[in-house]
Design a protein around this ligand. Structure first.
Ligand SMILES: [Zn+2]
Length: 289
C-alpha cells in the first residue's frame, strides 16, 4: 500500500456477498436495511466489487463482515475467505475479521488464527446484531487475545438500520450498542485500541466523552451522511478529537462519494480534514510509506 498516493482511508466498509453467491444477511433483513438507508447502489458487493470501487478513487478501505451466526441463525460469510480475497488487492484493501463472541473459546482461537494465518488487521463487532453485551466478563478472554495480538477492535454503536421497521426490530436489541458498555472494555484493556463506529445515536455525548477520556478509544464517522451529524460531533471532530476521529462511509449503504461531498460542506477546520480522512487511520493501522 502506497500511503502517499492514497487520497483517503475508509475505515468502515461491509462485504455483503461472497464468491459463492451467499449473502451476509437473510433477505428480509437486507431488504429492510436497504429501505432504511434508501440505498440505490448495489446492496451486496463482493470483495472484488469493493476493490474496484476504491481503486478508482485512489482510496483504501477497511473491509469486514459480521459473524452473527448464533444470534441470527444465518451462516456468516467467511472472514478467512474475505482475507484471502483481500490479499489479491493489497494496494487498496485492509481486511478485518469477525468472530461470533457467543462461541466463547472457539471465538478466541479463531481470532488468533485469523491474525496469524490470514493476516487480518483488526476485528469488527456488532453487539446488537451478534446479541452480546460488550461488558460481559465472559467475553474478556477475547479482548485479552486482541490486546495481546495488537489489533484494533471496532464496535458498532448506536441505532442500527438492520431490523429497522420490522416487528420487534427482528429481536435485535439496541441496548447492547450503548457505547458506555464499551467504556468498561476500554478501561479494563488499556492496550486494546477501540473504535466506536458511527454517530452513536442516541448516545452521542457518551461516545464523545469516552473518546476524550480514554487514550485508546476512537470514533469512526460512518453510517450517517455528515449532513446529519449532531453539532457536538462536528465540533469535537474539528477540535479536541481531531486526532481520534476517522472517515468511514459504511459502504455499501452510503457511498464514499456521497459521504465526502457532504463532509466537504461541514464546518470542520482545514487542518483537521487530512487527519480525519487519512492520517489517523494510517497511525492506528500502522501504515507507513
Ligand atoms: Zn458496520
Amino acid at each position: 500500500m502506497n500511503l502517499s498516493e492514497l487520497t483517503a482511508i475508509d475505515f468502515h466498509v461491509h462485504v455483503e456477498q461472497d464468491a459463492h453467491g451467499h449473502f451476509s444477511l437473510d433477505g428480509e433483513l437486507l431488504d429492510a436495511s436497504a429501505a432504511y438507508f434508501r440505498a440505490d447502489q448495489n446492496r451486496t458487493p463482493t470483495v472484488e466489487d469493493i476493490a474496484g470501487h476504491y481503486r478508482e478513487r485512489k482510496m483504501a478501505a477497511v473491509i469486514f463482515t459480521v459473524d452473527a451466526t448464533t444470534a441470527l441463525n444465518h451462516p456468516a460469510l467467511s472472514s478467512e475467505e474475505i482475507a484471502e480475497a483481500a490479499a489479491a488487492h493489497p494496494d487498496v484493501l485492509i481486511p478485518f475479521g469477525s468472530v461470533d463472541p457467543r462461541t466463547g473459546a472457539e471465538a478466541v482461537a479463531r481470532a488468533r488464527r485469523l491474525v496469524a494465518d490470514h493476516a487480518v488487521r483488526g476485528f469488527k463487532f456488532h453487539p446488537s446484531l451478534q446479541g452480546f453485551a460488550p461488558d460481559d466478563p465472559r467475553h474478556y478472554p477475547l479482548y485479552e487475545a486482541l490486546e495481546e495480538l495488537g489489533v484494533p477492535a471496532l464496535f458498532h454503536t448506536g441505532q442500527t438500520g438492520i431490523g429497522a421497521g420490522l416487528p420487534g426490530g427482528r429481536g435485535i436489541k439496541l441496548r447492547y450498542s450503548d457505547p458506555m458498555l464499551i467504556d468498561d472494555v476500554a478501561a479494563d484493556f488499556p492496550g486494546l485500541t477501540i473504535i466506536l463506529a458511527h454517530p452513536s445515536v442516541p448516545w452521542q455525548d457518551e461516545a464523545i466523552s469516552i473518546a476524550t477520556h480514554k487514550a485508546n478509544v476512537y470514533i469512526d464517522l460512518s453510517g450517517w451522511s455528515p449532513k446529519y451529524f449532531p453539532p457536538q460531533l462536528v465540533r469535537a471532530a474539528s477540535r479536541q478529537l481531531r486526532h481520534k476521529v476517522l472517515f468511514g462511509s459504511d459502504f455499501p449503504v452510503i457511498t464514499p462519494d456521497r459521504w465526502l461531498a457532504d463532509f466537504a460542506d461541514l464546518d470542520v477546520r482545514p487542518e483537521a480534514r487530512p487527519l480525519i480522512l487519512k492520517d489517523n487511520a494510517a497511525r492506528i493501522l500502522g501504515l507507513t510509506g
